[in-house]
Design a protein around this ligand. Sequence first.
Ligand code: NAD
Length: 528
Amino acid sequence: MKATTAGIRRTAGGSLKTDDPMKDILQALGIAPVNSGGYDGEWMKDPGGPGLESSSPVDGNAIAAVTTVSGERCDALIGQSRDAFLKWRDWPAPKRGEVVRQIGNAFRQHKRELGALVSWEMGKIRPEGEGEIQEVIDIADFAVGLSRQFHGRVMPSERPDHRMTESWHPLGPVGVITAFNFPAAVWGWNAMIALVCGDTVVWKPSSQTPLTAIACTRIADRVLRENGCPAGVLCLAVGGGEAVGSRIACDSRIPLVSFTGSTAQGRRVSETVAKRLGRTLLELGGNNAVIVSERADLEMAVRTVLFGAVGTAGQRCTTTRRLIVHKSVYDETVRRVVRAYGKIRIGNPLEAGVLMGPLVNRGAVEEMMAALEQVRTAGGRVLCGGERLRDMPSDLYVSPAVVEASNEWPIVQAETFAPILYVLKAGSIEEAIAIQNAVSQGLSSSLFTLDLREAELFLSGRGSDCGIANVNAGTSGAEIGGAFGGEKETGGGRESGSDAWKQYMRRQTSVVNWSKDLPLAQGIRFGD
Ligand code: NAD
């Protein structure tokens, strides 16, 4: 394949005219020039921490400032969350569900504005921003139904006239630490489920996206007040990883810490929580692959790879990072992918027709360039893209890269949070699956094939080792109805749908003896 960057379409650098619409949107969402980053049922007047400026990667300009929460105020906020829990757990679960139903509806009303803010603050295109808010709405709907379905079990007792049951009870305040790339949805996945389970939530958002967190909390706050919910059911603590994040990890009043972010930070958080024997739910980095079999529908595969690799500018945990192609269709597949990359419109993510916005910050651009340098040094070939784009509204725009590489190279083994797609060749479906599994992460995977045996092998115990395995569908864009998460260094957590709710509750096994005797299990006789 010949290296090329020709054909990448950009929007004109000077055409950014979104400041005025954003002003209205910020106003509609209650975002002021300076905002409190602390909420414990009331917005803290003096959260006590240093100021933080949120700037847009779209044009590099400041959007608004936030006063962060100090360690001391964070401790008090956790106390408030604990007090709220003691009251909230007594609300009947369907009544908690009714509150969540109203929160979902409030998000429906603000979907457009919130979607635009997500797009403006982190750089994903507007349809993806709105899609993220739709996830909050969907999980709220799911949680409402769930609020009437926390089924326990009745198990046969080995003792006569004994009843053995299992029930689920509220757990306590849940610490929710989130990444920049899904600044609303990840909170939604955790908070809506936690609320119906009878838990309270302390949210620490990424410092890249504090305004989205404040806007979401404002919307939820109105509903909580209208329903007379205990103050502190939902708390927000904007602040640094050390100042606030590690405080949450250390605090034994928080029985569960749900952490979404890089494997490196997740490992630290996990160690801290484990030291106090708390629980973690870890949603960490991925290194996701699409396998294209010799019996694939290539047209479908290529279109899927495009969204998977370039969507959110390669900054999804489920982004397609590796494309493993059967040698017989390798040249044709790679040719089509490179041609499709040439048609991607890059620019202001709020503009219709743009498919890729900027990367989130300079660090991300530097990491992408450093990764490409490592690939070149290792002998890899950049087939297209991989350049910083000039004459754009900020210096955070890059062209997505397609690179011929080798799976064992350290850079291919690592998650670079940027739009780099490594293409790899395989001689058989078995070899392709082995390549796909030969990384330390285990989040999402996909196989394109029209062959039933290949599909079933991929989904069998000998197949993909990932938490998500799809056939003829891409690695990204999961639905909320399934349990979401991954194996190995992705952390093993599951959140969102299916029975992920069980992690937010404590399980209790009970035996009721309604006989007149005191038989012991295992037939043990003691003292008679
Ligand atoms: P990050 O690890 O840099 O930050 C995540 C969160 O951790 C932020 O809120 C940050 O402030 C906080 N943090 C930092 N230091 C901390 C500490 N010592 N104690 C507690 N919290 C601390 O990640 P990021 O750059 O925001 O997000 C990108 C990463 O997140 C990627 O690796 C991506 O794959 C991963 N991610 C995973 C999923 C998933 O579901 N598996 C979803 C989204 C993102």
